[in-house]
Design a protein around this ligand. Structure first.
Ligand SMILES: *Cc1c(COP(=O)(O)O)cnc(C)c1O
Length: 238
């Protein structure tokens, strides 16, 4: 078994245990494998271990990797439909390749970005799934919408024709303290429930990374984004 396959198994066991602690069905939580900085071959290893959903942060790297993975899978005659999620910061002049190459975007934080993604989504593709990124810890350096502005942005995005609004995403301030982790995720959960009361179709709460997945699952995450626990330590020099 490859190291990536082993790591995936360990992550899934941890998901299972974390769900069990709070009496949740693990099937209601999706695992997104965050492959940023890792080569196409690492993605292929994860695919061979059954993983189909992948997250990327850097557009140029991501588009090259998506094309390379497609061609490697075609060579191996592996027929599987991968689902690519864009989870990184978005510049407004870079929306077109995102609209063309991804099935999901988690990091929408202003209406202008959403409008461009909707306009640029190719006609033949299904609507682009989007989450609004929330700056839940109120850090000046972090992207995301302040919690008090989330609902208004969600209502505006909901009206856009080529987008399918799914929910909220956050990257809280890093903390190793489980209580602190839970506090940020609990805030997200309550915000999500307030939005759901107005927009009942919302079904996605994208939160939890390698260091805080247990707390995120305890507070209702429906999609965890796991990088280093699957692929290893990142080397940004690559
Ligand atoms: C890198 C990244 C992740 C994965 O982080 P790990 O700590 O390696 O699991 C998840 N979400 C976002 C937005 C990221 O940028």
């Amino acid at each position: 078994m490859s190291l990536i396959a082993k790591n995936l198994q360990v992550v899934k066991e941890k998901m299972q245990r974390s769900a069990q602690i709070v009496a949740r069905d693990v099937a209601t939580i999706e695992l997104l494998a965050v492959s940023k900085t890792f080569p196409a071959q690492a993605v292929i290893e994860a695919v061979q271990a059954g993983q189909t959903c992948f997250g990327e942060n850097y557009l140029q790297e991501a588009v090259a990797k998506i094309l390379e993975v497609d061609s490697l899978l075609a060579q191996q005659q592996t027929a599987c439909q991968l689902v690519w999620h864009f989870i990184g910061p978005i510049q407004s002049n870079k929306t077109r390749p995102i609209a063309e190459h991804f099935a999901w975007v988690h990091s929408v934080d202003r209406l202008k970005i959403a409008q461009r993604l909707s306009e640029q989504r190719p006609e033949q593709l299904a609507p682009l799934n989007v989450c609004v990124q929330v700056n839940v810890s109120g850090e000046a350096s972090k992207s995301g919408v302040p919690p008090e502005d989330v609902l208004e942005l969600m209502l505006a995005i909901q009206a856009l024709p080529k987008l399918r609004l799914r929910g909220l995403m956050c990257v809280p301030e890093a903390s190793e303290n489980p209580e602190q982790q839970k506090a940020a995720f609990a805030h997200m959960r309550s915000l999500f429930e307030q939005c759901q009361a107005q927009i009942p179709v919302l079904d996605t709460l994208s939160m939890g990374m390698s260091g805080d997945m247990e707390a995120a699952i305890a507070e209702g995450s429906t999609m965890i984004r796991i990088g280093s626990a699957i692929f290893g330590k990142r080397n940004y020099a690559n």
